[in-house]
Design a protein around this ligand. Structure first.
Ligand code: 13P
Ligand code: SF4
Length: 326
């Protein structure tokens, strides 16, 4: 065995009860009332943040929640493109992101100017954009997808149109395989999910024989091929609830384990390892801390702004997705 692989697996066993809220979490709940705010948190956030959220979910669920929000303030605990999406679908609310630097390597891999240049050279393409992209890229797209609805949405794209899928080549490849729809793939990827290797997953499987493997579609094909189920973070909760297995290996960002453990308290969850670490954190998601969440509500910043006409242009493909996805 390689010395690099010499780490203990991260295993979260069933837990009887949640710990009491801390002083800072109580402070956040008070501020939330004072500001008339709703806290939306992605499944990859730390557990202390997930505990104070009104809704914890995947990109798709969070988009619906953001659009329906009636509160004056949406505090979005996730990364920049998610908060931007909330502002696009619900521009009348103040949208806060605890750390403005919480970006996404996948979104960064597709600059709007490059997509615009590609479209100018290939005006016939129908652009299907994964929601992990900037507002400017969304504004250039025909329809948005998330990992939870990508297959369904792609099946609705007119059969005579040639699809360009941006920016995640791994998700795009998976959707293409599942739907049988040929696509041109933008060469982007998630720096965190591509760190999962077949070697690391085969090794953890040997340690937990019989435990099914669920993997996010942002993983490379060789890893997806090893998985028992490939799905979005939300569908991982469904899988965990319905699987007869009492131990499950979860190949995605490690924050997911907190959500799973809370919703499926009688099962054991094992973090999918990489070649160098027992689990895999997204450094952008983890820029949000409980202190920054408190400060965002206290000082009402940083706020997200999406200028016109980009906002209206970006809304059209998002709305198409929300309508097609129902
Ligand atoms: P989900 O759509 O499954 O929530 O995934 C979002 C994401 O950023 C994955 O890396
Ligand atoms: Fe982006 Fe990957 Fe982080 Fe998701 S896990 S926010 S795709 S860098």
């Amino acid at each position: 065995m390689s010395a690099l692989l010499n780490y203990e697996p991260l295993v979260l066993p069933p837990r009887a009860a949640l710990p009491a809220l801390t002083a800072i979490q109580e402070e956040i709940l008070t501020l939330k009332k004072q500001r008339n705010a709703v806290i939306l948190a992605h499944n990859y956030q730390n557990e202390d943040i997930q505990r104070v959220a009104d809704f914890v979910g995947d990109s798709l669920g969070l988009s619906y929640q953001a659009q329906a929000a009636q509160a004056d303030v949406i505090l979005f605990c996730g990364v920049h493109f998610m908060a931007e999406t909330a502002k696009i679908v619900n521009p009348g609310r103040t949208v806060l992101l605890p750390d403005l630097d919480a970006g996404c390597s996948l979104a960064d891999s597709c600059p709007a100017e490059r997509l615009a240049a590609y479209k100018a050279a290939h005006p016939e393409v129908y652009v299907v954009a994964y929601i992990n992209c900037s507002a400017a890229v969304k504004a250039l797209s025909d329809v948005i997808v998330t990992s939870g609805n990508a297959q369904k949405i792609v099946q609705r794209v007119p059969a005579d149109r040639q699809i360009l899928f941006v920016p995640d080549q791994n998700l795009g490849q998976w959707v293409s395989q599942k739907t049988g729809r040929a696509m041109q793939l933008w060469p982007g990827s998630c720096y965190a999910h591509v760190m999962f290797t077949t070697q690391a997953i085969e090794r953890i499987r040997l340690q937990f024989p019989g435990a099914p493997v669920v993997a996010h579609p942002e993983c490379v094909q060789a890893v997806r091929d090893l998985a028992d189920e490939v799905c979005s973070t939300e569908l991982m909760v469904k899988f965990a609830k319905t699987s007869p297995a009492d131990k499950i290996i979860v190949v995605t960002e490690s924050g997911m384990l907190h959500r799973l453990r809370r919703e499926v308290p009688d099962k054991t969850f094992i973090a999918g390892p990489t070649d160098t670490c027992a689990c895999n954190d997204c450094r952008f998601m983890k820029m949000n801390t409980i202190e920054k969440v408190r400060d965002a509500l206290k000082f009402m910043r940083p706020a997200i702004d999406v200028p016109e006409p980009i906002r209206t242009q970006a809304l059209a493909p998002i709305q198409r997705m929300l309508d097609w996805s129902r």
